[in-house]
Design a protein around this ligand. Structure first.
Ligand code: PHE
Length: 452
């Protein structure tokens, strides 16, 4: 058993550089959420209006919470559970830490299923097999694939094995290194895809959809919960990732500046991905409100028809798979660090265990359109319901606990100093964390639950 309260700090792993830390946290934030989920949720909720509300939530709720999580992590230098417990063994606050630890496994369980689809599509697009299978259209292709009893689980396992290999290698040697070369590459790919998309004839309608708001849609009550859920999911806040990654920071690394760069990077990535996707969808007459299938049915159909599509296709699905991988490793690191810190497990066994549990818990999601096609939760297929509850309830509630812990349990000047916020900014942040963020989360979540 390791000493939980303090002695652990010197043995803890640390980031090798500030750049590596920032890229690893952006790698965690940028994922399926920015491409697959942003596109379909924005598509279903009016495009530009959604983007506006989303930006407000990201700035007013996302940034303060990322600062709070990083500060909570660095002040304790420990895993999520110990960070909330804050050296008071047995305190009820430890449950606030177990929630995101379990939550990470919950998200991994279905996130890796979708990541597995992305890997299959990438290999298919790169080898050309994907283009040959399209006679009956990608709707039929996708339906056929996700209805298989084993194939989706096999691809999910492929993704988990790669992630286990990275996370077992450690924080600096595994996670940081992966992101150091992958994130700049992904940024290049998404910019290139967007630059190409806007040259397509008819792309203007897609840009207008994303950037010219139809104000009559502000009255749509679903818009607000969708934007809040997407902000939590895309930044990845609430799941103790910034607590855990913050625990590997040194005192010299700046928290507020890092939080701003991480959130701005994540948001910019989603917008550029939107510029790659919506003009393409509109130029070729697709439906932007196609839901979760947008990336897997609408887009391949477009790639096969458009000039250059056979190059764009593999690039897009590589982007999707690799962005998913860098998020999966962060989702694994939270429970892995907790197993190491609380139960004294070695890094490798802890990682293999979390990988195996995520695979097992993910089986219902993997089978939700095939063997379990008749089963619905909240009137949705299993995977869709798990995603809905995860983003719109679990993440906001976990974020609420972070805000309450930082705003009330550890309140005051020391927290502001620890966060490295000077003067008025510090007070604005504390006020947001104490009152505005919790109130907004409660209002929006309660309203969405009672409305449905
Ligand atoms: N932010 C990741 C994405 O956009 C997903 C994620 C959610 C990561 C929650 C960590 C925690 O895909």
């Amino acid at each position: 058993m390791t000493d939980r309260a303090g002695g652990q700090r010197s043995e803890r792993e640390q980031w090798a550089s500030q750049t590596g830390f920032v890229l690893a946290t952006i790698g965690s934030a940028v994922g399926l959420g920015n491409i697959w989920r942003f596109a379909y949720v924005a598509g279903e909720n009016g495009g530009a209006v959604f983007l506006l509300v989303y930006l407000v939530f990201v700035a007013a709720i996302g940034v303060p919470l990322v600062i709070a999580e990083l500060t909570l992590g660095r002040r304790s230098g420990a895993d999520a559970v110990s960070a909330f417990e804050a050296g008071e063994p047995g305190s009820l606050w430890r449950f606030a830490g177990w929630l995101p630890v379990a939550g990470c496994v919950y998200i991994l369980s279905y996130y890796t299923v979708i990541a597995g689809w992305a890997v299959k599509y990438f290999l298919g697009a790169a080898t050309g097999a994907l283009w040959e299978e399209a006679e009956a259209g990608y709707g039929a292709f996708f339906e056929g694939f996700i209805a298989e009893p084993f194939e989706p689980i096999a691809w999910q396992a492929v993704m988990l094995v790669i992630a286990v290999a990275v996370v077992s290698a450690g924080v600096a040697k595994g996670i940081e290194r992966l992101n150091l070369w992958l994130m700049p590459l992904l940024a290049l790919i998404v910019v290139a895809l967007a630059a190409f998309a806007v040259t397509l004839p008819g792309s203007g309608a897609g840009l207008a959809f994303l950037f010219a708001p139809d104000v009559s849609q502000f009255g749509n009550p679903r818009l607000y919960v969708a934007a809040l859920g997407q902000a939590f999911f895309s930044i990845g806040v609430g799941m103790a990732i910034f607590i855990t990654y913050g625990g590997y920071m040194t005192r010299r690394q700046p928290i507020p500046a890092s939080a701003l760069i991480i959130v701005a990077g994540d948001t910019l990535f989603a917008i550029v991905a939107g510029i790659a996707i919506f003009p393409t969808v509109f130029a070729l007459g697709g439906d932007p409100a196609a839901g979760p299938r947008l990336a897997f049915i609408t887009l391949p159909q477009i790639f096969i028809e458009m000039p250059g599509g056979r190059l764009i296709g593999p690039a897009f699905f590589f982007l999707l798979s690799a962005a998913a991988l860098t998020s999966i490793v962060s989702l694994m690191e939270v429970p892995v660090a907790t197993l190491i810190g609380r139960l004294g497990l070695g890094r490798r066994p802890a990682t293999v265990l979390i990988g195996g549990v995520s695979l097992a818990v993910g089986v219902p999601s993997a089978l939700s359109y095939g063997v379990l096609a008749d089963v619905t939760l909240l009137g949705l297929p299993v995977l869709d319901a798990v995603d809905f509850l995860g983003s719109n309830v679990l993440l906001p509630v976990a974020g609420l606990l972070v805000a309450l812990a930082m705003g009330w349990r550890f309140a005051g000047r020391t927290v502001i100093a620890e966060a490295g916020l000077a003067g008025a900014l510090g007070h604005v942040w504390l006020w947001l964390i104490k009152i505005v963020v919790p109130a907004a989360i409660v209002l929006i979540v309660v309203r969405s639950l009672t409305a449905s």
